[in-house]
Ligand binder design. Structure first.
Ligand code: FES
Ligand code: FE2
Length: 409
C-alpha cells in the first residue's frame, strides 16, 4: 500500500457498516509509517495527554515522562502551581534529570550545573560570568508547555492553541470522574515500559470483552457491560456490580470499603473508559487504575501503568495485606494484555481483513473515531454518502448512546 492511495476513503467504508457486516481497519493502519505519521499529526498533536495525579505532586515534586518523542517534566513550584516544561537545559540541551520522579528545591542541570527555579526561571548560569551576559541569558528560562488539571488528573498539551481540557473531556468529568471521587485518589504505584506493538492494539484490547475469558481465564470473571458513548473525547463501558473487579472473582468480598463520598453511578459499578487517544482509566467503587498508551513509532508503544486508592484507604491497618491482593490481580491482567498485544502485532497482514463481533462494538467505535480524525471530515462525508449511514463522533455533536450488551469479561 503506497502512501497516497492509503488515504482513499473507499478503503475504509467497511468500518462504518453495521456491526454484523463491518470489517476492521486494514493491517497497514497498525504497521505503516505513513499512517502513523498522519495519526501523530491529526490524532495526537492536538490531544491532551495524561501525566500523573495532582495529588502526587507535593511542593518541589516532579514527574518526568517521555511523551510522543518529548522528554517532559511536570513540577509543582514553591507557590503551589503545577507547571510543565520540556526537560531540556537551555545551555546545550542535556536533560535536567533522568529520574521518573523526585523532590527538589531547584532544577540543576548535571552537565554544567546551570540552575533553574521551579517556575522555570534561569537563576544561575555557570560560565556566564559578566553581568551583561547573564542579563542576556534571562530569555533562557525553561521552555514551558500547556498544562491543566481537572479533578486531580494532570494533562499536558503540545499544540499552540488547544481546545480547553474541560471541553476535551466533555461529560467524562460529571459522569465518571466526580461520582467516583477521583479527587480523593492517591497513586501507590506507577511504572513505564515499551511494547513492540502499535498503540491501537492495546487500546482496542482494553475495550473489548471477547478476549477476557480467553486471555484472562485465571484472573477476571464474567462481567456484563453497558456501552457508553460520552460527549467529548472519551468512550467507555460500565460494569454494574456491587463488587470490585479489581480483585480476582473468589476474593471480591474481601475488598476495601467504597471510596468516601462516591455518588450516582459511581456507587453502582465500575467505569472502564478510554480518554482518547490512549488513556485507559478504570474507576471502581474502591480504587482506580490506568494503562496509558502513547506511540513511539508505528510498531512501538510506550505504556504507563498506575494503581490508586482513596486517601482514607491508605490509612487502614490492613492496607498492605489487602492491597497486595489488588496488586496481584492488576499485575497479572496487565501482563496478559501486554503479551497478547505484542503477539497480535506479529500476525498482522495486509491481505487479511478482519471483522468485529458484538463484544467488540467499542473497538469499532474507537476505530471510527480514529478514521474520523485521520481522514478528515470531507473524506468522512464521502463515506457517509457511500454507506448511507450517519457518523456522529464530533464531540460537539453531543449525542449520548447507552446500550446493554451481555459480555464476558
Ligand atoms: S547542558 Fe545544561 S548546563 Fe550545560
Ligand atoms: Fe485484557
Amino acid at each position: 500500500m503506497d502512501s497516497t492511495s492509503m488515504f482513499d476513503p473507499e478503503l475504509y467504508t467497511g468500518v462504518f457498516k453495521d456491526i454484523g457486516e463491518a470489517t476492521t481497519l486494514p493491517a497497514w493502519c497498525y504497521s505503516s509509517q505513513y499512517w502513523f505519521n498522519r495519526e501523530k499529526e491529526r490524532v495526537f498533536d492536538g490531544a491532551w495527554h495524561f501525566v500523573c495525579l495532582e495529588s502526587s505532586l507535593h511542593n518541589g515534586q516532579f514527574v518526568r515522562r517521555d511523551l510522543l518523542g518529548n522528554n517532559i517534566l511536570v513540577v509543582r513550584d514553591h507557590d503551589g502551581e503545577v507547571r510543565a516544561f520540556y526537560n531540556s537545559c537551555r545551555h546545550r540541551g542535556a536533560p535536567l534529570t533522568d529520574q521518573d520522579t523526585g523532590r527538589v528545591k531547584a532544577l540543576v542541570c548535571p552537565y554544567h550545573k546551570w540552575v533553574y527555579a521551579l517556575n522555570g526561571k534561569l537563576i544561575k548560569a555557570n560560565g556566564l560570568s559578566s553581568e551583561s551576559r547573564m542579563k542576556n541569558a534571562c530569555h533562557l528560562d525553561l521552555l514551558e508547555m500547556t498544562v491543566d488539571v481537572v479533578c486531580n488528573l494532570v494533562f499536558v498539551n503540545f499544540s499552540d492553541h488547544p481546545l480547553s481540557l474541560r471541553e476535551f473531556l466533555g461529560d467524562y468529568i460529571n459522569a465518571v470522574a466526580m461520582p467516583h471521587r477521583i479527587d480523593r485518589m492517591r497513586c501507590i504505584h506507577s511504572r513505564s515500559y515499551t511494547l513492540e506493538s502499535n498503540w491501537k492494539l492495546y487500546v482496542e484490547v482494553d475495550m473489548e470483552t471477547l478476549h477476557t475469558p480467553c486471555i484472562h481465564s485465571h484472573s477476571i470473571g464474567k462481567q456484563p457491560v453497558e456501552i457508553l458513548e460520552g460527549i467529548g473525547e472519551w468512550v467507555g463501558v460500565f460494569n454494574r456490580s456491587p463488587h470490585t473487579p479489581a480483585l480476582k472473582p473468589g476474593l471480591r468480598t474481601r475488598g476495601f470499603p467504597h471510596t468516601q463520598g462516591i455518588y450516582g453511578e459511581g456507587k453502582n459499578g465500575t467505569h472502564f473508559c478510554v480518554i482518547l487517544p490512549g488513556f485507559f482509566i478504570v474507576t471502581a467503587q474502591d480504587c482506580m487504575w490506568w494503562i496509558q498508551k502513547t506511540p513511539v513509532s508505528e510498531n512501538l508503544v510506550a505504556v504507563n501503568v498506575g494503581y490508586c486508592f482513596p486517601e482514607e484507604t491508605l490509612q487502614r491497618e490492613d492496607f498492605d495485606l489487602v492491597a497486595s491482593l489488588y496488586r496481584e490481580r492488576w499485575d497479572q491482567v496487565v501482563e496478559e494484555d501486554d503479551w497478547i498485544t505484542e503477539y497480535q502485532q506479529k500476525g498482522l497482514n495486509n491481505k487479511v481483513t478482519g471483522l468485529y463481533t458484538e463484544q467488540e462494538r467499542v473497538v469499532q467505535m474507537l476505530d471510527q473515531r480514529i478514521l474520523h480524525k485521520v481522514l478528515g471530515p470531507d473524506l468522512i462525508n464521502m463515506i457517509e454518502a457511500d454507506t448511507g449511514s450517519s457518523i456522529s463522533h464530533d464531540p460537539d455533536a453531543g449525542t449520548r448512546e447507552t446500550q446493554l450488551s451481555s459480555c464476558e469479561g
